[in-house]
Design a protein around this ligand. Structure first.
Ligand SMILES: NC(=O)c1ccc[n+]([C@@H]2O[C@H](COP(=O)([O-])OP(=O)(O)OC[C@H]3O[C@@H](n4cnc5c(N)ncnc54)[C@H](O)[C@@H]3O)[C@@H](O)[C@H]2O)c1
Length: 259
């Protein structure tokens, strides 16, 4: 538990399921005041119903007018924002040569434009009050190339540099951090990987498993708290060792590696 999170006004985008919902639930445990923004009305309704205390706001983070409206709703529900977790994101698996401009734009619009639009709304409020924490869900895909994800990788690399730049511009009042999860077992992941692929991925991750959404939520809670008050401009990787070294070493005789 982090006493500094009590009554903090926390906004989480993509909060109706997966990492976002686990994070909203984690902040509920901290007795923060939370609004989740999501595009999916049905999922949002369910999340709010099952988690008393959560406020739900319907909006598409890729639409500037909807984001402005959503943050005005945050103002009337919470009276401002102390912590933003810009987490909403989408993905698709597509060989580069088959990647249409429309699919490229679709991913960029949500993952990168959405991060920009929400961060700008939150930052304007935080600058007025002289404090705040902005965090982004980036990805290890923003750190290294992963085949068939050119659009997604580029969007997450963009999010990382957005975070670092804001950390410089908004210091010292506002801390800005990018969190880069590796493989997390959520609906997004299950939609793109067969059980066989998931098993193969697990065998290549040094800790031999996907992360649980709750483990990413724990990291967000720590980073938002005063315990992390010297952390800004950082990219915090939480990936079970995925990016500790090239995959090739894990494909060579594993006994050899574990010697
Ligand atoms: N699952 C992973 O392995 C993994 C790894 C690294 C990073 N991430 C990132 O974590 C974030 C959350 O992913 P997840 O796995 O929990 O996915 P998820 O699909 O389970 O949840 C994403 C949520 O975002 C919402 N959303 C989608 N488009 C939106 C939009 N335009 N406006 C508002 N809300 C929207 C969805 O309705 C959903 O509730 C994403 O940014 C993703 O890129 C996921």
């Amino acid at each position: 538990m982090y006493p500094s999170l009590r009554d903090r006004r926390v906004v989480i985008t993509g909060g109706a399921r997966g990492i976002g919902l686990a994070t909203a639930r984690r902040f509920l445990e901290e007795e923060s005041r939370i609004a989740i923004i999501d595009i999916n009305r049905e999922l949002l309704g369910e999340a709010v119903k099952r988690n008393p205390g959560l406020h739900g706001i319907i909006a598409d983070v890729g639409d500037p007018a909807q984001v402005e409206r959503a943050f005005r709703e945050v103002d009337s529900l919470l009276g401002g924002v102390d912590v933003l977790i810009a987490n909403a994101g989408i993905s698709s698996r597509r060989p580069f040569l088959e990647l249409s401009y429309e699919e490229w734009r679709k991913i960029m619009r949500v993952n990168l434009d959405g991060a920009f639009l929400c961060a700008r709304e939150a930052a304007r409020r935080m600058v007025r009050q002289g404090s705040g924490v902005i965090m982004f869900t980036a990805s290890t895909n923003g750190l290294e190339g992963h085949p068939f994800y050119a659009h997604y990788n580029a969007s997450k690399a963009g999010v990382i540099l957005l975070a670092k730049t804001l950390a410089l511009e908004l210091a010292p009042q506002i801390r800005v951090i990018a969190v880069s999860p590796g493989y997390v077992l959520t609906e997004m992941q299950k939609a793109e990987y067969t059980p066989e692929m998931l098993g193969k991925v697990n065998s290549l991750i040094p800790l031999n498993r996907h992360a649980k959404p709750e483990e990413i939520a724990d990291l967000f809670a720590f980073l938002a708290s005063d315990q992390a008050k010297y952390i800004t401009g950082a990219v915090i990787t939480i990936d079970g060792g995925e990016t500790a070294g090239p995959y090739i070493y894990r494909l060579i005789d594993r006994v050899e590696i574990r010697r």
